[in-house]
Design a protein around this ligand. Structure first.
Ligand code: CAA
Length: 394
């Protein structure tokens, strides 16, 4: 068993760290306060290749593996989670889904734009009455012969205001339940697409989360992904990978808070010594470091399973469940270590604490992850050690 990262992986991690510390950190507090969308920063992420990391070079992407993507997400999430969620949705929900399940024509038409950030994509599954209960889609895509007629409302859509392309899940054959759902590629310039107001959120405040309305939008038949009725399976398979992205975001949030808290504890003195020399503080940092290492193993392993072509459905749910809890718990502790300074914006930890909460909610709440994991348990898929590329007991 090897735990060392390759030269290439280390280089990606370092490039992402440098970008985050030098280019994202300086304005992050102000962007968060003003809910200002990071246009310049997203443009730069596109230029540096962070928006299409796993897309094959044939379509203008980086051709990297999931682990490289996770390492970059982790470093960027230590600083700016509005940027990292924009990056995560574009990479794992939109680009990966399109490349894995799209037709040659769909890939050639859309991936080069998405890989460079010329276009940003959004994944439109959630609805006002279908969040966790995602099979109950109210949005309809009526088959009109040569096109679908799309009607409905989606909400909590990341990249809702900035995206040029939506992957929209909609019901075509209600009598077939989840097997009647299709995923359609919708260009946001299409007549009938309208964007609601930007949500005023607790965290990830500069990312653009919107409600989207589709009113008699004509979507060409060739914009359907996969065979008729494949839309729900597409969403689930894509979200299994997306959850690795959010797990790496949570890992980054916890790691960022830990780095800030450890630095602060070495500098801040009380009762005549740095507070890190008080056991009350040192034990908090020891717990943080231990839990972050455990989360890291789970997140990297989920990425590794995906890169090996092995089943990662349960592993990604476990990684997201665990890492998001670590992020929430330890950002609270990082604020506590900072005392009063932790409660003000200047010290960054209060923002990380606010950002942590969403990692327990989006791309499937923690409760949904437990549904996914418990079904894997029921199926006897216990994720025992891998021998010769085959999961023992799988
Ligand atoms: N891969 C392939 N197929 C899958 C699958 C997977 N991972 N998970 C489920 N399916 C299949 C099932 O096998 C079933 O197919 P069959 O009928 O052929 O057996 C079908 O899909 C329906 O599945 P279930 O019966 O399991 O459906 P359910 O109603 O019990 O729901 C659920 C399961 C796991 C709770 C699912 O609804 C779910 O994941 N909900 C959460 C949705 C979610 O994550 N939303 C996030 C929105 S996107 C977002 O947040 C992005 C953003 O902007 C940041």
């Amino acid at each position: 068993m090897f735990f060392n990262l390759s030269e290439e992986h280390l280089a990606v991690k370092e490039a992402a760290r440098e970008f985050a510390q030098k280019e994202l950190k300086p304005g992050v507090i102000e962007r968060d306060s003003k809910m200002e969308y990071p246009y310049e920063q997203v443009k730069k992420m596109g230029e540096l290749g962070f928006l299409g990391m796993m897309i094959s070079p044939e379509y203008g992407g980086g051709g990297m593996d999931t682990l490289a993507y996770v390492l970059a997400m982790e470093e960027i999430s230590k600083v700016d989670n509005s940027c990292s969620v924009i990056m995560s949705v574009n990479n794992s929900l939109v680009c990966w889904g399109l490349e894995e399940y799209g037709t040659a024509e769909q890939k050639a038409k859309y991936l080069p734009k998405l890989a460079t950030g010329e276009w940003i994509g959004a994944f439109c599954l959630s609805e006002p009455e279908a969040g966790s209960d995602a099979t109950h889609q109210r949005t309809t895509a009526v088959d009109m012969g040569d096109h679908y007629l799309l009607n409905g409302t989606k909400n909590w859509i990341t990249n809702g205001g900035s995206s040029k392309l939506h992957l929209v899940m909609a019901q075509t054959n209600p009598e077939l339940g989840s097997k009647g759902i299709n995923c359609l590629i919708v260009e946001t310039s299409s007549p009938g697409v309208s964007i609601g107001a930007k949500e005023d959120k607790l965290g990830i405040r500069s990312s653009d989360t919107h409600t989207i309305m589709y009113s008699d939008v004509k979507v060409p038949k060739e914009n359907r992904i996969g065979p008729d009725g494949f839309g729900f399976k597409f969403a689930m398979k894509t979200l299994a990978g997306g959850r690795i992205g959010i797990a790496s975001q949570a890992l980054g949030i916890a790691g960022g808070a830990y780095e800030l808290a450890a630095d602060y504890a070495k500098q801040r003195e009380t009762f005549g010594k740095p507070i890190i020399n008080h056991q009350a503080i040192a034990f908090k940092l020891a717990d943080m470091a231990t839990d972050i290492e455990a989360a890291k193993m789970m997140v990297y392993r989920a990425a590794w399973l995906k890169d090996q072509g092995l089943d990662y459905n349960g592993a990604s749910a476990m990684a997201k469940l665990y890492a998001s809890d670590v992020a929430m718990r330890h950002t609270v502790e990082a604020v506590q270590i900072h005392g009063g300074y932790g409660f003000v914006k200047e010290y960054h930890v209060e923002r990380l604490m606010r950002d942590a909460k969403i990692t327990q909610i989006y791309e499937g709440t923690s409760e949904v992850q437990k549904i996914v994991i418990s079904r894997e348990v029921m199926n006897g898929n216990l994720y025992l050690p891998v021998v010769g590329g085959v999961e023992v007991g799988a």
